[in-house]
Design a protein around this ligand. Structure first.
Ligand SMILES: [Zn+2]
Ligand SMILES: [Zn+2]
Length: 69
């Protein structure tokens, strides 16, 4: 999978993680690690559909949305 944000900028970078909120691939430059505590509550956590646990990582876009909210 390629980094979605890099792809939008015309770059071709291999993704190293997947945003747990929007599900898009992100490279090291565009991922943000988040504290687990953030995910308590009733947010529809998408990882339950996956077979393997994923790192709790957001893309920079979703991170910005959370910082603002
Ligand atoms: Zn990227
Ligand atoms: Zn995201």
């Amino acid at each position: 999978m390629k980094c979605y944000i890099c792809a939008e900028q015309g770059r071709d970078t291999e993704a190293v993680a997947i945003c747990i909120v929007c599900g898009m691939g992100v490279c090291m430059e565009h991922l943000v690690r988040k504290d687990v505590e953030l995910w308590r509550g009733d947010y529809p956590f998408p990882a339950r559909k996956l077979k393997k646990p994923v790192p709790r990582i957001l893309c920079v876009i979703c991170n910005e949305a959370y910082e603002e909210g």
